[in-house]
Design a protein around this ligand. Structure first.
Ligand code: AP5
Length: 219
């Protein structure tokens, strides 16, 4: 099964992707994580993407498509994928269609904007693994440190208020139209879910929604 997870910054895509990939044995394809890794490793793509990302803009389509193609080529054959943060605009959706990866389900997480801002401002990450915490809502066992490695947690540069405002605008203008696009292209396979509950409650709703989509598709 290939699943596409949509939702604005802070909606919980990364959190849900981690839970779902463990549960359904899917490959997690997060273009945000891939870009941050490219920036850390100072690759040519990472250097090109860095300033746009820090401002809260999208990285260039060519860079993102290059990273996605590399990742898909190295995935085990027959593996299912969870696409988190890709596609992000209609041009990327078209490119995904052209590369032949069929999408079985599209889930959009819907969360109120004040909740998004609260989640993002309290988010802390472990840069190497991408593990995500929240100072109040999902705190690590030891304040400011990763649970597994005990290394320090950091705030993402694009989690500063100005970049967050830009990311929310970019989402509304470029990414939200994808829901209507997929409703038209994949009727019966697109659901909107309330992402405002606890991570486990949202996970259970997500599993139930995927079950409904799968049973409708089999009927
Ligand atoms: P990306 O990394 O994809 O970021 P995003 O879409 O802005 O989403 P976030 O990572 O901010 O949030 P999330 O929905 O994953 O929430 P999370 O689970 O972390 O992209 C970053 C940038 O990379 C983009 O701005 C762009 O520049 C570039 N980029 C990426 N993909 C691109 C593409 N395809 N094309 C071009 N450019 C691209 O949760 C957030 C916080 O809330 C955490 O602290 C978490 O602990 C907490 N939390 C999560 N769920 C819950 C819950 N249910 N209850 C309480 N707290 C919760």
């Amino acid at each position: 099964m290939n699943i596409l997870l949509l939702g604005p910054p802070g909606a919980g895509k990364g959190t849900q992707a981690t839970l779902l990939c463990q549960r359904l044995q899917l490959q997690h394809l997060s273009t945000g994580d891939m870009l941050r890794q490219a920036i850390r490793e100072k690759t040519p793509w990472g250097r090109q993407a860095a300033s746009a990302m820090e401002r809260g803009d999208l990285a260039g389509d060519e860079i993102v498509l290059g990273l996605v193609q590399e990742r898909l080529a190295s995935s085990p054959s027959g593996a299912g994928h969870l696409l988190d943060g890709f596609p992000r605009n209609l041009a990327q959706a078209k490119a995904l269609q052209d590369c032949g990866l069929s999408i079985d389900a599209v889930v959009e997480l819907v969360v109120a904007e004040d909740v998004l801002v609260d989640r993002i401002s309290g988010r802390r990450v472990h840069p190497k693994s991408g593990r995500v915490y929240h100072v109040r809502l999902q705190p690590p066992a030891r304040e400011g440190h990763d649970d597994l490695t005990c290394e320090p947690l950091v705030q993402r540069p694009d989690d500063q208020p100005r970049a967050v405002r830009e990311r929310l605008q970019v989402y509304a203008a470029q990414t939200r139209p994808l829901t209507a696009h997929y409703r038209q292209r994949l009727p019966g396979r697109v659901v909107q879910l309330d992402g405002g509950g606890t991570p486990l409650a949202v996970h259970e709703q997500l599993l139930a929604a995927l079950g409904r989509i799968a049973s409708t598709a089999d009927a």
